[in-house]
Design a protein around this ligand. Structure first.
Ligand code: GLC
Ligand code: GLC
Length: 652
């Protein structure tokens, strides 16, 4: 008998055994029969897959079936508690699984405390979010975390209690509902690779509870840490060397991939999987539409590897996905894998993460801005942009994190670029050390051993606005604004969900104040996590101001996009422009076709008429950006950093 058949028989047997018990518990807890039927139907549908995944991960554990039963009970309980409006969402999303593949999808991200202080105040900004066209709002980590340095909330002490400085869990649930009514999906983090060292599980481990010590990776001496470190990559080398932290109180080394107060969870322990599944379902029932799965590459450790992107990491996420399909079907996952593009892609599928950050596009847009040449971007996109059906990129220009140069070395070599030297150049360029650079960024995590570094900075400061303002040169300011708009025009037209870091829409600059806060001083990412700039926001309707120029152009593009079905989903074809400074791609849906041309240099560039005739549909075209006809019978001149969205004139 094949392994698969054997496992499926086992799956069927165990379901027969477990279902009556779970049904009984459901009924005893007051669950209605109709509700149970919905649950049971979904459970039966997903069970073969869920069982196989869990069996592969934990089938050899002596108490595997105990964990399985506990998991099912927790799922049923969570379904019982799921609010009605979310159950309605579930039905709606199941009937339209690709609802997010839409020209109307538009994302924003912010830190509640930095943006407006509290959840209560955030509600006052819903009109602003609507003005921007947002349909997706990612609130950065807002649950309890240690005071002082907590890695921007990524050291979570409770997945259920909102940080009291920000508000309450009840307010968060109310906000989710209110956002939903405004057409905005709530996105929250699921920081599941680690907890803070103040999480109850970590505290119990510190107090000597053996069950909770098995939640983490604890070692009495350096033998295992040394063995692992032979092949590990250091993530925060300027904060602390290596990936382990000595806890004198416990006389143990603890695995801490990130900061010493972020303890990696041990997913080889089924109790950890189960505990985190319960936290996930709690978040889902608050009204979260998308969970951002933090640091996915790191969740499974294997000796002799870099402990990133292990096959089990995928299985764990897929098992969470199956659980969500049963108990909270409206919930989507977004993968945060800022690694090699092949590995980024490996997390994206309807059975794993339906959404993923697109760090390659992000990094290469900056690369193109620095070099003024589109060859690496065009080549990489031509074979790395397509996703499996039912999945979408989150296309962003910068996040709360640093920018790392995660392009593929062979892609670089294929277009005549030396990858190592190029990364050195890009770091020098974006930290302003390269002569003639327009950028004002800061280095992040420079590793003296490897020469690696990443870059921090706001969109506007990296694009040259800060330097131009300091120089007081109106032409340089104009050019910087054009760069900012150009970058946005790409994420708005290339397909997937565009994501704006709130503040960038009004040209917010770097904030160097973080250095005076000891909890932040050694983490340069704080330079691009400034407080809300109300002055700039108030100027957004005044076209004589810089915020006004940026905001009005951006909102115009965002609203224009909502009328162009061709810009939805991810079907995108990079085409020749025969000009090394101009990126060209075609978007098409049904009969609508849009040719995008984007000039990445500060000089006018020309595109031959025959290319317009080849890729642009028809002889008479219309540029939706300038709102004017373009004839494909002659060459087209693009002004510095100009972009056009060309449709046939008859499509207008
Ligand atoms: C993710 C977050 C980052 C954090 C890290 C550890 O990469 O984006 O800010 O430092 O995970 O949680
Ligand atoms: C995490 C960190 C980010 C880093 C990346 C490296 O995502 O947050 O800063 O660049 O890991 O993989």
């Amino acid at each position: 008998m094949h392994d698969w058949e054997r496992i499926q028989r086992e799956a069927a047997r165990s379901l027969t055994r477990l279902l009556p018990r779970v049904a009984q518990a459901f009924a005893e807890a007051g669950g209605a029969a109709g509700e149970w039927n919905v649950f049971e139907q979904r459970l039966r549908r997903e069970w073969p897959r869920l069982f196989e995944l869990l069996f592969g991960l934990y089938g050899t554990q002596y108490d595997f079936f105990y964990h399985l039963e506990q998991l099912l009970l927790a799922m049923a309980q969570s379904w019982l508690k799921r609010p009605d409006w979310l159950k309605q969402r579930d039905a709606l999303r199941e009937a339209d699984t690709e609802w997010f593949q839409s020209e109307r999808m538009m994302g924003g991200v912010l830190y509640v405390d930095r943006f407006c202080g509290t959840l209560a105040r955030l509600r006052e900004f819903i009109p602003y979010f609507r003005e921007l066209g947002l349909t997706y709002l990612h609130l950065m980590p807002l649950f309890e975390a240690p005071e002082g340095n907590n890695d921007g909330g990524y050291a979570v002490s409770s997945y259920r209690r909102v940080n009291p400085h920000i508000g309450t869990t009840a307010e968060l649930a109310d906000l989710a509902r209110e956002l939903d009514t405004a057409g905005i999906s709530l996105v929250l983090d699921f920081v599941f690779n680690h907890t803070s060292d103040e999480h109850e599980w970590a505290r119990r481990a510190q107090a000597g509870d053996p069950d909770y010590q098995e939640f983490y990776f604890l070692f009495p001496d350096r033998t295992m840490p040394d063995a692992y470190e032979r092949t590990l990559r250091e993530i925060f080398p300027t904060v602390r060397r290596g990936s382990f932290t000595w806890r004198p109180d416990m006389q143990r080394w603890v695995w801490t991939t990130f900061n010493s107060f972020q303890w990696d969870l041990n997913y080889a322990n089924p109790a950890v999987f189960r505990a985190m599944a319960a936290e996930m379902l709690f978040l889902a029932n608050l009204g979260v539409a998308v969970l951002r799965l933090d640091a996915v590459p790191f969740i499974w450790k294997r000796m002799g590897t870099n402990c990133e992107n292990q096959p089990e990491a995928h299985r764990i996420i897929q098992a969470f996905n199956a659980i969500a399909r049963i108990t909270a079907p409206a919930l989507l996952f977004k993968s945060e894998a800022i690694v090699h593009p092949d590995d980024v892609l490996s997390y994206v599928s309807p059975q794993e993460c339906q959404l993923s950050y697109n760090p390659l596009l992000m990094a290469l847009l900056w690369e193109t801005l620095a070099t003024r040449e589109v060859k690496l971007l065009a080549h990489s996109l031509s074979h790395r942009f397509r996703l499996p059906p039912g999945c979408a990129w989150i296309n962003y220009l910068r996040s709360h994190d640093d920018i790392g140069w995660t392009f593929d070395d062979n892609d670089a070599r294929a277009v005549g670029i030396d990858p190592w030297g190029h990364r050195q150049f890009l770091n020098a360029f974006y930290t302003g050390r390269f002569p003639g650079s327009f950028a004002r960024g800061l280095p992040f995590q420079e590793n003296p051993d490897t020469g690696d570094a990443r870059v921090s900075g706001t969109l506007a400061s990296l694009a040259g606005l800060e330097q131009a303002l300091a120089g007081g040169d109106p032409q340089a300011i104009d050019i910087a604004i054009r760069r900012i708009i150009l970058l946005h025009s790409i994420v708005l037209s290339i397909g997937g969900i565009p994501l704006i870091y709130l503040g960038d829409e009004v040209g917010t600059l770097n904030d160097y104040g973080y250095v005076s806060d000891p909890a932040k001083a050694d983490d340069s990412r704080w330079v691009h996590r400034p407080l809300r700039n109300q002055v700039a926001m108030d100027q957004r309707h005044d076209p004589t101001t810089i915020p006004g120029r940026i905001f009005s152009t951006l909102t115009r593009l965002i609203h224009l996009r909502t009328s162009l079905p061709a810009l939805r989903d991810g079907m995108m074809e990079v085409v020749r422009s025969d000009n090394r400074h101009v990126l060209a791609y075609v978007r098409q849906t049904g009969s609508q076709r849009v040719l995008v041309l984007a000039n990445f240099s500060e000089y006018p560039q020309s595109i031959a008429g025959n290319l317009l005739r080849m890729y642009g549909p028809g002889l008479e075209l219309f540029d939706l950006i300038q709102e004017q006809p373009v004839s494909a019978t002659t060459a087209l001149t693009l002004q510095p950093y100009q972009f056009v969205w060309l449709t046939p004139s008859w499509q207008r």
